[in-house]
Design a protein around this ligand. Sequence first.
Ligand code: FES
Length: 168
Amino acid sequence: MPALPPSIVPARPPSIVTALPPSIVTALPPSSAFRVVILAAPMSEAAETDLTERLARSLRIGEYTRHILLCTHGDCAPEEAAKESWTFLKRRLRELGLEAAGGVYRTQAACLRICREGPIAVVYPEGTWYRRCTPEALERILQEHLIGGRPVAELAFAANPLPTARKP
Ligand code: FES
């Protein structure tokens, strides 16, 4: 890693960094000056906790009704096909307005441990496991399951519904 020019290792107080909205902080490329500032100026535990909680709020965690995880690792399906499916899923969730409050949270998984007939996906809370998640299959999952609320039996190969979470 090349040495950083002194001009991008400023003695800025951490408060400047932590005052940035989490969405901006996380959007910065790892090599950016601000990221360097974060690494060079460790935050207190309380500040770390506050930043994490603000990040979760900016991602609207707590408002979702479903979560879809899609494997893009490249062993269960060719890597290019998996990336194409992931790009399609992100675009369609946005286009359909499903990323809004009460919608669908998405996660790109490194491996869901099935490792065949991919891309593999799983949708919670129903715990419906899907195989061969091409863009065409994902469109059906989006329309029938994520919008319509009915898992797509023809594409599913396993189910593990989670018990309803109860507050203590
Ligand atoms: S590589 Fe996709 S499930 Fe393991």
